[in-house]
Ligand binder design. Structure first.
Ligand SMILES: [Zn+2]
Ligand SMILES: [Zn+2]
Length: 208
């Protein structure tokens, strides 16, 4: 057998554990009680701030007050925010900030490796803080939009074994599970809160 070849019994054991985890964690009981993988650890803000400074210096980018506010607001959240959601929060502090400024700042953060740009099948870009050391995947509720992070060593290990089997080098991966919250009542309440939120019309021009 070639080195790194996929050993069938081991794969079956891993797959069975993964399926068991799915059945227990997502299906029949509270995920927090039975999930094997831990909740991902928080990103290292200090280091991300340093990366941002380095990136801006390297690119000769100016720091403006508005940019500072957008970055600070983004660093203060653990959620997966759209530009619109981030704009709402930024405007609560400074109503003069425009959509284009938030959009451009988030593009800059993702180009600099400070933010990850995520796409969850709805055509809307979402951003989260990047963290080189840790990796997590996402459970996405298609009813209320709730996004839950998880880290599962079994899945990571299984992926490595599959890659080895096919003589493939994985540089990164995305694992997204779509479905709905088990707690339908809480899910509907979140959905309602989201859809009844009044969203003011805003200028989306990128001209300025
Ligand atoms: Zn995430
Ligand atoms: Zn939900």
């Amino acid at each position: 057998m070639r080195e790194g070849a996929f050993r069938a019994p081991e794969a079956a054991r891993l797959l069975a554990s993964a399926i068991l985890w799915h059945a227990r964690g997502v299906g029949t009981s509270k995920p927090s009680d039975t999930m094997l993988g831990d909740k991902p650890k928080a990103p290292n803000l200090e280091r991300l701030r340093q990366s941002l400074d380095d990136y801006m210096n390297e690119k000769g980018l100016r720091t403006t007050e508005q940019r500072k506010l957008i970055v600070q607001t983004f660093f203060d959240t653990t959620e997966h925010l759209t530009v619109d959601e981030l704009l709402d929060r930024v405007r609560a502090v400074d109503s003069r900030v425009g959509y284009a400024t938030v959009y451009r700042t988030m593009k800059m953060l993702s180009e600099g490796g400070i933010a990850n740009e995520l796409h969850f099948n709805d055509g809307i870009a979402r951003y989260e803080l990047a963290d080189g050391d840790s990796h997590h995947d996402h459970l996405i509720c298609q009813e209320c939009g709730e996004i839950t992070e998880f880290e599962e060593p079994l899945i990571e290990e299984l992926q490595d074994r599959i890659a080895a089997r096919y003589g493939f080098v994985v540089t990164h991966h995305k694992h997204e599970l779509y479905g709905h919250c088990q707690d339908r009542e809480a899910c509907q309440a979140r959905k309602l809160a989201r859809t009844t939120r009044t969203i003011p019309p805003r200028d989306r021009s990128f001209g300025s």
